[in-house]
Design a protein around this ligand. Structure first.
Ligand code: CMX
Length: 144
């Protein structure tokens, strides 16, 4: 079983990153600690820490990309939930064996250098679920 350790992040689709960052900083009082473009996903992202969980704001850089299409169809809002897991490759095999439709059958690199893979929302009660693993952290903690 996957047994995620925590919600790694919640992805929120926004039309304009700058305006959204202002809300999270000025109203919620969070600090944006990283802005990063992920060309493979056609997004520009902004990150905030809230306890052990991050908020990832996602602005599309391509109307045909996943977030561009999502905003066109559903408007701004929660786009995905990401769970921190270990041994992500094994978790994908397990999910597939349980009859879950995978978007990624093997992990790819996402923002912040994490290994990520998505499960299809049609198999997960309409919520796009991301599994992610920080393999760098694992390596560092082994030497501490
Ligand atoms: N949450 C829930 N449902 C979603 C969704 C989302 N984020 N995105 C699309 N859907 C729904 C669509 O509304 C559609 O539902 P209906 O058939 O009921 O209308 C269904 O999923 C399938 O849509 P589709 O037209 O077949 O597929 P799309 O081309 O819209 O792609 C998806 C959907 C999930 C496969 C695609 O967005 C994807 O591969 N996502 C994974 C990658 C990603 O989202 N990257 C951005 C984030 C990157 C990051 O975090 O760094």
């Amino acid at each position: 079983m996957m047994k995620p350790s925590h919600i790694e992040h919640i992805g929120i689709a926004v039309k304009d990153l700058k305006t959204a960052v202002t809300f999270y900083e000025k109203v919620l009082g969070l600090k944006c600690y990283n802005i990063e473009e992920v060309p493979e996903q056609s997004v520009k992202t902004a990150f905030f820490m809230v306890g052990p969980t991050k908020i990832e704001l996602l602005e599309s850089t391509d109307p045909e990309g996943p977030v561009g299409k999502f905003i066109e169809k559903k408007g701004e809002g929660i786009h995905h939930i990401a769970f921190a897991v270990e041994k992500i490759e094994e978790q994908l095999i397990h999910a597939e064996q349980m009859g879950i439709k995978l978007i990624d059958s093997s992990p790819r690199k996402g923002a912040e250098g994490l290994d990520i893979a998505f499960l299809h929302p049609k198999s997960t009660n309409g919520v796009l679920i991301e599994l992610c693993e920080d393999k760098k952290k694992e390596k560092i903690s082994r030497f501490v």
